[in-house]
Design a protein around this ligand. Structure first.
Ligand code: NAP
Length: 297
């Protein structure tokens, strides 16, 4: 018998992930703060939940995929939250990217109710969410991880157990440091090429096939030269993740000079009113410095 799943948070990532679970035959109850975003899932056969509490009452496993630490606290611990509807033996999986220490605190609160929690943030973007090819990094009990593996296998391709509660989130913050520096590198390569008068499509094609190749270059490089800034992964979310990474680095006494610099560049993008755009909008801050625009001729 397949576990009954409750899915909370149907944004850019949550909606396609929930759809994949439904297509894989899992009985699904969904909830989203803005209720209109539940409609497509309900048309596909998901049950509409009244609140996170109601979702928990109707599920064996509850998955949350919301913005940040405060949002996860609100849907799990807040009024009519998941914690009010749980039973001992249930599992809560948070797949949002949030603070490792907040994750641990929520896991402790759930444990008092006999509920296990996994932190299972993801990488692979909206494309990975749609295709079910996410990379999933998991913290919590290894036994519970194994129990949930069939669910993770619907959503992702590389699924890795990283250790106790919080270690999934810690892994994701390392991932975000690498992603942020990588998108900045793509932008700097493109501005140099543009100013030098190179054919930007040819530039992307040839460097993608060499040692500079990366997910960012392949997926966001073409968007930058088309000036398609639709998210994807929103700049405000990347800034949230860099804030978390820099705080952890400070606690661990690890200098991250490149990350600190990129954080300021991305701040400039947000200040220019582009926080809700995708991270490829990082090009705008680089262009401001260069006094030149990257555009396909
Ligand atoms: P999104 O499109 O902005 O969706 C955010 C979701 O969180 C929406 O369903 C929103 O509800 C809900 N939410 C926010 N605050 C809430 C609150 N206080 N109470 C209840 N619900 C709340 O974000 P996303 O891109 O799907 O990202 C979700 C998470 O995945 C984030 O932690 C992000 O860092 C992470 N992530 C994103 C990507 C990506 O490429 N997009 C990749 C990997 C990881 P409303 O609809 O009512 O606003």
């Amino acid at each position: 018998m397949k576990k009954r799943i409750g899915f909370i948070g149907l944004g850019v990532m949550g909606k396609p992930m929930a759809m994949n679970l439904l297509k894989a035959g899992y009985p699904l109850t969904v909830w989203n703060r803005t209720r209109s975003k539940m409609e497509d899932l309900v048309k596909m056969g998901a049950a509409p939940g009244e609140s996170p509490k109601d979702v928990a009452e109707k599920s064996d496993v509850v998955i949350t995929m919301v913005t940040d630490s405060a949002a996860v606290e609100a849907v799990i611990l807040g009024p009519s939250g998941v914690i009010e509807g749980v039973r001992p033996g249930m599992i809560v999986i948070d797949m949002s990217t949030i603070s490792p220490s907040v994750t641990r605190r929520i896991a402790e609160k759930l444990k008092e109710k006999g509920v296990e929690m996994l932190d299972a943030p993801v990488s692979g973007g909206d494309i990975g969410a749609k295709q079910g090819t996410l990379s999933i990094m998991v913290g919590g009990s290894e036994e519970v991880f194994k129990e949930c593996l069939p669910i993770f296998e619907v959503l992702g391709k590389r699924i890795t157990y990283m250790g106790t509660n919080g270690m999934g989130q810690m892994t994701k913050l390392c991932n975000q440091v690498i992603c942020a520096l990588n998108i900045q590198a793509v932008c700097e390569g493109l501005i140099l090429g543009a100013k030098a008068g190179l054919d930007l499509e040819k530039l992307l094609s040839v460097v993608t096939a060499g040692a500079a190749g990366s997910w960012m270059l392949s997926n966001l490089g073409p968007k930058i030269i088309k000036r398609d800034f639709e998210p994807g992964f929103k700049m405000v979310h990347q800034l949230k993740d860099l804030r978390l990474a820099l705080a952890q680095a400070s606690e661990l006494n690890v200098p991250l000079p490149g990350t600190a610099l990129v954080n300021q560049m991305f701040k400039a993008v947000e200040a220019a009113g582009l926080g809700e755009k995708g991270t490829q909008a990082a090009i705008v801050a680089v262009e401001k410095l260069a006094g030149f625009k990257v555009e396909k001729k």
